[in-house]
Write a protein that binds this ligand. Sequence first.
Ligand SMILES: Cc1cc2nc3c(=O)[nH]c(=O)nc-3n(C[C@H](O)[C@H](O)[C@H](O)COP(=O)(O)OP(=O)(O)OC[C@H]3O[C@@H](n4cnc5c(N)ncnc54)[C@H](O)[C@@H]3O)c2cc1C
Ligand code: FES
Length: 408
Amino acid sequence: MLPLRLQPSDRRLGETLQQLGRDLRTVFDGWRGRPAAPFTLRDARAGGRPAPAPGPDLGAREVEVVERIQECADAVTLVLADPRGGAFEYAPGAFFTLLLEEGGEELRRAYSASSIAGRVDRLALTIKRVDGGRVSTYLNDQVKVGDRLRLLGPSGAFTITPEAAAARRLVLIGGGSGITPLMAMIRTLLEVEAATELALIYGSRAPSAIIFGEALAELAARHAGRLHLRLVVDDAEGEAAWPGGIGRLDREGLGRELAALPWPKEQVDGFYVCGPEPMIEAARALLRDLEVPEERRHEERFTAPQRRAQAPTRARAAAPVKIRRRGQAEAATVIVGPGATLLEGARAAGQALPFSCAMGGCGACKVKVIAGEVAMDEPNCLSAEERAAGYALTCCGAPVGPCEIEVA
Ligand SMILES: Cc1cc2nc3c(=O)[nH]c(=O)nc-3n(C[C@H](O)[C@H](O)[C@H](O)COP(=O)(O)OP(=O)(O)OC[C@H]3O[C@@H](n4cnc5c(N)ncnc54)[C@H](O)[C@@H]3O)c2cc1C
Ligand code: FES
């Protein structure tokens, strides 16, 4: 068995040597007092433009930033296109994973599409700055038109399948950056489903922090009667004529907003909730108390797993992993190197495993652990029942020692 991540290809060897040269240059520059930018994007292409890190080979797609839109002081929309002319295909509510590298550490972050969904040649991701956040501040402050990023996806189950003939009433509840997947739903459903009506309850810190404020107002005016907008702020910043609500979208605040909806809750076909954890908890409790059936409640949380570099349980040694595919007699054994996830180790050894987001957020990489132990970055999307039944996620799970997994 070849050591992991060494591919027997001359092209790869050439790239590795070139990369080594660049890495050495970075080190020498540092000694000369010219430290690298906070994000050292590897694999710089001709023309001197930065390009994203290849990292482990997850088959990520390279995309180019073709437009930047400053949505408000703390949020930017990056409009992306495929430089080779390929399309993006996704459902409203889906998210994509950006892969970046900082100081040799690969960072993966999920961002929901905020643009109209379907098969499109432009994809918009909207990123709210998180104080001290490594990726969100970089994307807000440094990424320019023309830069290239690496992308996985689409992923996620917080999605709606648009149907031209559908006539539904949906309530969308968002807070802060949680507006992004809801915006894709609004843009898409208003366009595709002529008889569908939407009500958005959107909480922000203040009027100046509202993301998509103008775009929402414009959509509400264009689709009069089909998009009911309710903007709620913690603090109206002295705006005497603030037309929306004031207060928190906690249980009480949400209760007030739901009571003021244009339709009784029995006529609502679905509630879609995305925002800060306390708001999601409040909405969940409230909708349960209002006896909204579970199949009509949908939520998306923006919590990402902590990378394994911070997880103390990780084995430092390489471990053999037997991969059994359901229905096949033969199993393959791969060696997963120290620090690598099951997914990275399997792919490096030429074993394809199912996956999508590569950051613990979608469940596409779920496998059953037959023997041994797999330690996972937390939190992730695996439910308590799935854990109890012995499932693990290969994208954020690493073998603690020799183990065996079964792929469905
Ligand atoms: C499925 C999914 C979809 C997402 N979609 C979007 C989106 O469309 N737009 C968007 O702006 N973000 C979105 N996020 C959040 C995003 O992936 C990052 O978590 C966020 O940008 C922070 O990353 P960072 O590297 O800047 O912060 P980090 O360096 O990872 O964290 C810095 C500090 O901020 C805290 N923190 C991390 N994430 C958040 C957060 N979301 N809110 C508050 N505090 C946080 C951390 O606990 C830490 O203390 C989504 C997350 C998930 C899981
Ligand atoms: S690929 Fe999405 S959770 Fe693993």
